[in-house]
Every structure is written in C-alpha cells, then in structure tokens.
Design a protein around this ligand. Sequence first.
Ligand SMILES: Cc1ncc(COP(=O)(O)O)c(C=O)c1O
Length: 401
Amino acid sequence: MRRFETRAVHAGERRGGGGREPDTSNPISTPIYASTTFWHPDVQTTDRVLGGEEAGYSYTRYGNPTVTAFEEAIAALESPRGGARSFAFASGMAALHAALLAAELSPGGRVLAAEQLYGSTATLLVQIFGSSGVEVRFADFYDLKSLQRRVEELNPRALVVESISNPLLRVADVPRLAELSRSAGAALIVDNTFGTPYLQRPLELGADIVVHSATKYLSGHGDLTAGVVTAGPPYDAALDQVRKLTGGILGPFEAWLALRGLKTLPLRVERQCENSTRLAGFLAEHPKVRRVNHLSMEDHPDREVARRTLSGPSGLLSFELDTEGREGVFRFLNALEVCVRTPSLGDVYTLATHPATSSHRDLPPSRRERLGVGENLVRVSVGIEHPEDIKEDIARALEEV
Ligand SMILES: Cc1ncc(COP(=O)(O)O)c(C=O)c1O
C-alpha cells in the first residue's frame, strides 16, 4: 500500500476522465465537470447506467466525476485498506445530517452525544432530529465508566463524538468507545474535523462512520465550504440514498478546490503541529497566561489517550488569559496583525477566536462555565506561517491585555 503522503497527492486523480479510457489528451488534474447531466452513445447505455448495471454518470446529484475524485481521495486516506466509501456534501453540517440519517435515527430511537460537541451539531440533534421523535441525550464521553452505565440504561442507536473537542481539545478514546457501542449494537459516529485522517483514522480504531467539515483542514485554505462522510456497509448504501434524496451535494468547483487542497494535508498538518507545540510552550511560560490547553502539555487530561490514538498534537490550542471578563481578551484579539480574528480553523493562516462569543455563544453562561469555556479563553488554530512571526504577533498583542 502506498504511504499517506503519496495517497494524498495521487488518490482519486487520473481515473480516465469520468469513466473514459485514457487516450492521448489526459489531464494530470481531474477537470471540473461543470455539467448537470451526462450523455451516452445510446439510450440502452443510459438505461444500464441509471439501473446501476454499468459504471458511469447520469445526473450530477447522483454522482459527478470531479466530486468522485475528491471522494476517492478521502476514502483512500480514511480507509486505506478499503471497505469504506466516501460521500461529499455541501457543508460539514449537511454531512453530519446525512451521517445521522444513515445511522437510522428514526422516531423512538435514541442518540447519545458528547456534551462537548460543536454547538450546531448539538442543535441539529435537538431541533431537527428531536422534533422528529428521536430522543437526544448528552453525556460526558471522557468518563467511560459513567458513559457505560448511560449506554446500558439508554440503549442508544448511535453515539456521536468528536475525535478532538472544541475548544479544550479533549481526546475521545475511540477504541474504547467503539467497544462500548459495538456491545450495545449502536453506531459510533466520529467527527474527525479536528483530528484529520493524517493524525487519526477512526474507522481503523473501530468507529462506524467518520464525518468531516472539509471546510477546515482537508481543504485547508479558507476558500470553500464542504463536508464528507466515510463509512462501510451497511451505512455506505444508506449514505448514497440519503445524498440522492436530500440533495445537499458538493458542487464540482468546490470538489476540485478541496481535492487540490488535500494534496498538501500532510505537509500542512505536520507544520501546524510543530508551530502549535512551539506556541504552546511559549504561552505556558507567559505571565499573562493562566493555562494552556494543548496536547503537548504535561497536565493535559487526555495525554495517554492521545498517545494511543493520535499521531500528533494537532494545530489547535486554547489558553486562558490572566484576566476576568472579556475586555482584556478583546484588546488582545484586536491587537493581532499576523493572526486573523475569525471563528473558523484548519487554514494555512493562523486564526484566533473567542469561543464564548462565537462557537459557544448560544449556550447559557453557566453551561459555558461548566464546559470550561470562560470569558478569558482564546482559541488559536495555528497556521503554516513562520513560527517566530506567529509568536511575535501574539507576544505583542499580549502586551495589550
Ligand atoms: C467539529 C465541527 N464539525 C462540523 C462543523 C460544521 O462544518 P461546516 O461549517 O462546514 O458546515 C464544524 C464547523 O465549525 C466543526 O467545527
């Protein structure tokens, strides 16, 4: 099997131009197939393609060669030994919605989700699935003993967790969660947006369905919105059907950009891990910083789980400023010049955000406090700039606190 870096560059490409055999004008990069429909030499072929008896494309909502190239590349990264297929969507939220539907969440069914989930995922569960009769419960996924009791008591159909949580970077023990969900007959859905397949491949650790906001690390340049789900049987067939019917497909332009971004994923994540580790070390010594959350820190509660399940600390960190309230944090964020103030993550640019007023804005302050998301917390998604420039920018902005 070729190695991760090689697969990231080549997988999905040069598939013979959407089913065509190679000829004398084969593009090195899969073209953008900006076409709604596909025609065939005769209607009999169209009939066979639509009936699934012959490989080919018919209608872009059912499949598009540029989108397939991206999907094949993701499948080669998330599931290198095969057995799983990837399905691209218009956003990470559309991908999560499809993954939850594929896990057969129907009226009367229960889903048990991590309390630390991305806010919109929690709201999707409660407002969309909850209002169609699915019972949605939340639990602490980092206390496995109490989680086991909750699983036995609730008998859920699916467990939902993120490989690395936002913004405190808690690490899910995916192998143990997979055992737990298997023994309960539930599907384990892992949102691997923060982890990336470079640092963790949840399917290899026993998860059933892996989801990404490809808006983040997979594409990596802050220039598109996309999502992707990877799963093997029986979930892959369900995902294919859900996508055809709900229609939240990724367009060929975005798929092309995402595939292009994906080629440098290992290089970017490697550099982001190095840069974030250096920045975490600097912040930990800084007198205006009370606490640093980064997987290289000795006092991180999930160091042991991270050592078993991740091959790097990720490019994310968060830290508490030694202030009360938000004024000092706002002065710090406003003083940044290299780092960009924005709520997204996973880009080549270093991005800094204030979780209490962005990702966790809609939570009551008491719940925010319980989750450890205080007013003085800053999250940084470290980019690929020179580490000294990031450090100097942050050091200068800290003087404003
Ligand atoms: C962990 C995680 N999952 C899913 C999403 C949703 O992704 P998108 O914004 O691409 O819909 C986000 C967005 O920030 C996220 O952080």
